[in-house]
Design a protein around this ligand. Structure first.
Ligand code: PA5
Length: 478
C-alpha cells in the first residue's frame, strides 16, 4: 500500500484552518460572531444542496478529478518517462488558468533554483519554464536559455483561441519546422485542450501532435488537477498520484455536514460575512517562499470566480473581494504597516508550514551585542514561525480579522489538499453570493475588444462600437 492511502498518513498530513482571529472574541467589533454564522444556516444548507446537485455540465467536472483519472495518469506517466530523455527543457505555453497552477506547483514542490541545478540533481528531468505573457522580450530571451531543438513545448488552451497562447504556438511551430523539418518538429509539441471543441483539437489531429484532454466541466482556473497541471508536474518528476490523493482526502473533509468541521464551508462563510461587513480585500500571505505562487493561483481563482456584476437572477450586484498577494516575512517590511493600522477593509489569510524541508542554524556569535546575540543558536525556521505568530498576534490586537491555514509540510499531498480546499471554498462562496462562479464575462469583454482591434473576422460590429467611442481629450493627457 502506498503511504498516501494509509489513514494514519492522511491524518498526519491534514491541513489546519485556525480562524480564532476572525472571531469577535479575539478581534472585537470588526470580527465575526457565532450568531452571524448560525444566522446563515438556511443559506448554507441551500448552498450545500445546490453544489451536491450540480454535475459536470454545470462546470463542476473538476470535483471528479481526484477519482476518475487512472488511465489519464498512466498515459501522462508513460509519456513523461519517454520525454524525459528526449529533451533538455520543457516549456508551458498557456495563460491564466493554464499557467498559474503549473507555476504554483513547481515553485512549491521543486527546488527553488531547479533550473540552475545540474541535470542529475534534477533527477534527470528537463528544465522548466512557463511563457504566459506576450511581452516580446520574454519570448526572445527565453530562446537564449533554451534551444527549441532540444525543448518540448506544452501548448495548454481549453478554447484553442486565446491570442496569447496561440500566437506563441504559431511562432514556435514555424521556428521548429524551419530548424527540424515538419515530422521531427511535431515531436516537440504536446497539446492539452478540449476533447472536441476549439482550434487546437483539429490542429493536433492534422499535425500529429500528442495531446491530452481537458475534461468537460473543468474551467481554466479549476483545471490544475487535470492534465493542465499534471503533465507539467510529471515532466519535472513530481508525484501526480499524490496530489490527487491529497485532493481526494480534502474532498472527504469538505463533505462533512457540520460546518465547524468542514474547512471549505467555513472558509467561504467567513469570507462571505467579511465581504458583507465591507472587507472588500482578501490578503493571501504565505510564510514560505515555496508557497509564494499559490497566492497568484488563488488570486485568479477568487477574483475571476467571485467578481461578478449580476447575480443568478440577473440583478446588478457587483460582488467580489479583491485578492492581494503578500509574502511573509518579506512583506512585513512593506505591507503589514497598512494591514495593522489602515482601514478595516480587509481580511488576511496566512499560509503556514509545520515543518520545513530544510533548516539552518544561526551561529552563536556577537554575544556581546545583545540586539544580535539573542539570535544565536536559533534556526531560521524558528525565526520565520515566530515572526508569523507575532504578526498574527499584532493584527489580532489591532482588531484586524485574520486566519491561518497550516500545512504540516509542503508536499504533493498537502498541496492537493490546499488547492482542492480553495476550489471548494470558491464554489461555496459563489453559492452564498448567489452568483455564477464558473463564468468570466468580464474577461471575455477584453478578449473581444482585442479581437476587434486586431481585425479578427466576426468582430466587425465590435470594431464599429470601438471606433465610435469618444475621442481622447488632449487636456487629460500630460
Ligand atoms: O480561468 C479561466 O477560464 C481563464 O483564466 C483561462 O484559463 C485563460 O483565459 C486561458 O484560456 P484557454 O485555456 O482557453 O486558453
Amino acid at each position: 500500500m502506498s503511504r498516501y492511502t494509509e489513514d494514519s498518513f492522511k491524518r498526519s498530513m491534514k491541513l489546519e484552518l485556525n480562524f480564532n482571529n476572525m472571531m469577535q472574541q479575539y478581534v472585537g467589533e470588526h470580527g465575526i460572531s457565532e450568531e452571524e454564522i448560525a444566522a446563515l444556516s438556511g443559506q448554507i444548507e441551500a448552498a450545500e444542496k445546490a453544489l451536491a446537485e450540480k454535475g459536470a455540465g454545470d462546470k463542476l467536472g473538476w470535483r471528479e478529478l481526484p477519482y476518475n483519472q487512472e488511465e489519464v495518469v498512466t498515459d501522462i506517466e508513460n509519456y513523461a518517462a519517454w520525454a524525459k530523455d528526449q529533451f533538455e527543457a520543457f516549456v508551458v505555453l498557456g495563460i491564466g488558468g493554464s499557467a498559474l497552477g503549473p507555476i504554483a506547483t513547481q515553485q512549491a514542490l521543486n527546488h527553488p533554483f531547479y533550473n540552475e541545478l545540474p541535470r542529475e540533481k534534477r533527477g534527470g528531468w528537463p528544465k522548466f519554464y512557463v511563457a504566459d505573457n506576450v511581452d516580446p522580450e520574454r519570448l526572445v530571451y527565453l530562446f537564449d536559455v533554451c534551444d527549441p531543438k532540444t525543448t518540448l513545448f506544452n501548448v495548454i488552451s481549453k478554447s484553442g483561441s486565446t491570442s496569447e497562447t496561440m500566437s506563441q504556438f504559431m511562432i514556435i511551430k514555424e521556428l521548429l519546422e524551419e530548424q527540424l523539418g515538419k515530422e521531427e518538429a511535431a515531436k516537440h509539441i504536446v497539446c492539452t485542450t478540449d476533447a472536441i471543441k476549439g482550434n487546437l483539437r483539429p490542429i493536433c489531429e492534422q499535425e500529429g501532435y500528442k495531446s491530452f484532454i481537458i475534461p468537460d466541466g473543468v474551467g481554466g482556473r479549476f483545471s490544475e488537477l487535470c492534465p493542465v497541471g499534471l503533465l507539467p508536474m510529471a515532466m519535472t518528476g513530481l508525484d501526480i498520484r499524490e496530489i490527487l490523493a491529497g485532493a481526494a482526502y480534502m474532498d472527504e473533509l469538505c463533505k462533512n455536514e457540520d460546518t465547524f468541521k468542514n474547512p471549505a464551508e467555513m472558509y467561504a462563510i467567513l469570507s462571505y460575512i467579511a465581504m458583507k461587513q465591507g472587507k472588500n480585500i482578501q490578503v493571501m500571505m504565505p510564510y514560505a517562499d515555496s508557497l509564494k505562487y499559490m497566492s497568484d493561483w488563488f488570486a485568479q481563482l477568487w477574483a475571476e470566480s467571485l467578481g461578478k456584476k449580476f447575480d443568478n437572477a440577473g440583478k446588478v450586484v457587483n460582488e467580489g473581494q479583491t485578492p492581494v498577494k503578500a509574502l511573509g516575512v518579506t512583506d512585513q517590511h512593506s505591507q503589514v504597516q497598512l494591514y495593522a493600522e489602515g482601514p478595516f477593509d480587509k481580511m488576511i489569510v496566512f499560509l503556514g508550514v509545520g515543518k520545513f524541508r530544510e533548516n539552518i542554524t544561526i551561529p552563536k556569535i556577537y554575544g556581546e551585542i545583545p540586539s544580535l546575540g539573542f539570535l544565536g543558536g536559533a534556526t531560521h525556521e524558528q525565526l520565520l514561525k515566530t515572526e508569523q505568530m507575532a504578526t498574527e498576534y499584532a493584527l489580532m490586537v489591532a482588531g484586524k480579522a485574520n486566519m491561518t491555514i497550516t500545512l504540516p509540510e509542503v508536499n504533493a499531498f498537502t498541496l492537493g489538499e490546499l488547492m482542492y480546499l480553495f476550489e471548494m471554498a470558491t464554489a461555496f462562496a459563489g453559492e452564498l453570493l448567489n452568483i455564477n462562479a464558473f463564468d468570466q464575462p468580464g474577461v471575455e469583454g477584453g478578449k473581444n475588444a482585442t479581437y476587434a482591434m486586431f481585425g479578427r473576422p466576426g468582430y466587425e460590429e465590435k470594431k464599429a462600437e470601438l471606433d465610435a467611442r469618444p475621442a481622447l481629450d488632449p487636456r487629460f493627457i500630460i
